[in-house]
Design a protein around this ligand. Structure first.
Ligand SMILES: Cc1cc2nc3c(=O)[nH]c(=O)nc-3n(C[C@H](O)[C@H](O)[C@H](O)COP(=O)(O)OP(=O)(O)OC[C@H]3O[C@@H](n4cnc5c(N)ncnc54)[C@H](O)[C@@H]3O)c2cc1C
Length: 389
């Protein structure tokens, strides 16, 4: 809206004036940088670092252009601009002060920062264990921007967002000092960490956050979590948060169904999921997990026709299914027993996202809410037919 208003203002002004005076040149500069700011979002996904620095440069040009444009004008214009800039400056100072407080703790040996205490790699996915300098309160679904303070791979110049997939509370409090982020290696920095994990261990880190959208899942009687591949990074903390909340009756949720399509289920994820399942205080009906491993049906090859079932139970609450999930069936099943309202969340590959969104729309029920989580990656895979269990 600001870009459209700025462009319109410049266009109308240019039609009224004959030549280009200094104020008009700066007006054009400010409008162009505003336009560049809006358009730069288009390249965010492709060239992230370039987006980051060009965004900052355009902001500086915008501020200078605007100031030079209104400098010779009526006092009110200048006061308004100074007011807007002052508010921006104050909120930036406040945010930075908050971040400094969250990152730095003062001990006997001076300032202490967060650091990477360990990196373990499972199935090519590194799990980074971060020890915070002071305890933080984490909301399930939160993410941080991680900047590792080392010259290796120009890490100190980069900050990447990662979901806090797991955390350990400081005994007897609701705060945490150890958080875990899981990396899905891409082509850049995450690939370097995967290849040279040992170079990053014990290095200090600067964390921004925690940030996160509040989905208010705890307000829903039933929560259905769909994930594929590494989408579990984002769904696991939600599952953990709801289970912990239900123990203290702090949430309305009475049923959680996790449907996860994957071909990897490594030891660390198994351990974390098991630790949630092992809780003896857990209501029998509360949690139910279906893990879909379509690759299993391919692996079995020639003997496939001999298999009597594609569904295998692992204990009372976990089923392994050798097929892709039947999204429609899963949603319909949960709707048969509506507990006031149903929340459906998804984090995974594109086809799964489309399918879940489509099926939620098809229910035409006012009490079903759909949430696409902020982290959406994962391998691309076919999604037709499938099973539910
Ligand atoms: C809210 C949020 C939570 C995320 N959580 C996780 C997580 O838990 N685990 C995980 O593995 N990944 C997560 N990601 C994605 C992760 O941030 C990127 O995969 C990572 O930054 C890629 O770094 P790279 O240099 O290896 O990427 P490249 O190979 O250079 O690029 C791969 C992709 O990542 C994007 N990207 C690159 N740098 C950044 C950056 N600084 N910020 C945002 N996107 C970037 C690029 O635009 C491109 O689309 C999350 C992203 C968001 C927005």
């Amino acid at each position: 809206m600001a870009t459209v208003q700025g462009a319109l203002h410049t266009f109308l002004h240019l039609r009224m004036v004959d030549g280009l005076d200094e104020a008009t040149v700066f007006q054009i500069t400010a409008s162009s940088s505003l336009l560049a700011l809006s358009l730069s979002v288009l390249m965010k996904r492709r060239v992230h670092e370039f987006f980051l620095y060009s965004h900052r440069a355009a902001t500086v040009v915008l501020i200078i252009g605007l100031w030079e444009h209104v400098r010779t004008m009526a006092t009110l214009s200048r006061v308004l601009l100074i007011g807007a800039f002052g508010t921006f400056l104050l909120s930036t100072i406040f945010q930075n002060a908050r971040q400094i407080y969250k990152n730095c703790a003062w001990g006997t040996r001076g300032v202490r920062l967060a650091h990477i205490s360990q990196i373990r790699t499972y199935d090519d996915s590194p799990i980074v264990e971060l020890k915070l300098s002071r305890p933080w309160k984490i909301q399930p679904g939160d993410y941080i921007y991680l900047c590792v303070l080392t010259p290796k791979c120009y890490s100190f110049l980069q900050r990447h967002p990662f979901i806090i997939t797991w955390w350990e509370d400081v005994h007897g409090t609701d705060k945490t000092q150890i958080i875990y982020v899981m990396l899905d290696p891409q082509r850049g920095w995450t690939k370097s960490v995967t290849k040279h994990a040992s170079l990053f261990e014990n290095k200090m880190a600067w964390l921004d956050g925690p940030f996160g959208q509040s989905n208010c899942l705890e307000q829903h009687g039933t929560v259905v979590l769909f994930a594929s591949g590494n989408g579990i990074f984002a769904q696991l903390p939600l599952m953990k948060g709801l289970v912990v909340g239900s123990r203290s009756a702090a949430v309305k949720t009475r049923r959680i169904k996790l449907i996860w399509q994957t071909d990897k289920y490594h030891a660390q994820l198994q351990e974390w999921i098991q630790s949630v399942l092992d809780d003896e205080r857990l209501d029998k009906e509360l949690l139910d997990i279906s893990i879909h491993k379509p690759a299993n049906s391919l692996e079995s090859g020639a003997i496939d026709h001999l298999r009597t079932s594609k569904i295998h139970s692992m204990g009372r609450r976990v089923r392994i299914i050798d097929d892709v999930p039947d999204v429609a069936e899963y949603i319909q099943r949960e709707l048969k027993e509506p507990r006031e309202s149903v929340a459906v969340t998804v984090s995974g590959h594109q086809q799964l996202r489309h399918e879940v969104r489509r099926q939620v729309l098809l229910t035409k029920c006012y009490n079903v809410r759909f949430y696409e989580l902020e982290y959406q990656r994962g391998y691309v895979d076919g999604h037709k037919g499938g099973m539910a269990a």
